[in-house]
Design a protein around this ligand. Sequence first.
Ligand code: ZN
Length: 389
Amino acid sequence: MEDKETRGLGDLEPVSGMTLIEVLVAFVIFVLMIGALVSLANSGLETWTTGESRKDVYDRGQAVLGTIADDLRNAVSENVFYNDGRKDLMPASFLCDTDSNGAQRLRFVRGGDMERIRVEPAMQITKRVPTMYYGDSWEVAYVADSDPTKNLVYRAIRYFDRRVDYTLLRDEDVQRTGADWFKRHAAVLERGILYLGFRFWTQESETWFPAGTRVHTCGTEAHRPLVQLSAPGTCPVCARPTVERVVQEREDSSDVWDSTRVSDAGFRYRKRKDRLDPDFVYPEIVQITVVLESHASEVRGLKLDGPLGEKDALIKVTDTRGLPDAPNFVKIDAEWIEYDERTYDSIRARRRGARGTKAKPHDTGAIARFGETFVTEVRIPAFRHAVIR
Ligand SMILES: [Zn+2]
């Protein structure tokens, strides 16, 4: 069958070649379309790259938290000072203090066989015959590099044999991460760790909020640990509206620990060592915070667009692309700065010298680093409360 209409159109307007104008118009449309496609592909690729690098940071963050959590869950506790007939031996202490840069270091003793604790083969562990034998146990230490601008954290492992000279549990032996003795026992936990922080739940803790913070909680004392809001709300247990109160020193969690209370005599519940009644304390829960440098920070970084004085609050930077929304933290050289405002080329500091660091002047071009924050809480099965008299 013939299509009459097509033939009719053909009769009215015979097919001819395109004019130059038509070719040009077609070409311009073609170029525009290609341009749109290319930019679409580009932004797609950028989204994909950002997604991939974010996934990488998340994977690394989970791995770091997983390693620390596994060590903590296997922590051992005891409540006795052993003596080999001449002197008291090193107890299985649980310690957290700060290094000379204000970074926290965590040290304790854990159980488990060598295969399970993931020791780097290069560390060459020597097992001594321990004085008190209850199965294998290990000194574990999480210590930041002595140079805070390196953003490195080490996990050190040593077979626990209670020898008092050179142990990861003694402050003076973990002071310099560059020392040969330390290097033999340590491996880099992860690169780009901008911050590693710990808080400890004591037998009197009621909140993770630091002392002095205003929290909204239930008026009924028994519900208090369950209701910790930063704004007014209702209690999930009794449905009454919350009341505001200030977190007291005693109910706060702690950012230091000394299970033996020997090195820091004032640490909670007892003033001095009593070798016949040690009454060691081990935390119930440990909250771990890790900040890993993000891809955007690693690739671009923010550079200071002028010198920054020790007390300056307005920080001029080249640009703030990729920087997390306020409030958050940036690390310039070794100093942490908490900011509460952010424009395209500046940050306003709420607190200089945050997270245990000191406020210092910085030069033009100094790099401000930032990252993704990961937090987890780990229960310690072997926790031990003190007897409060
Ligand atoms: Zn209530």
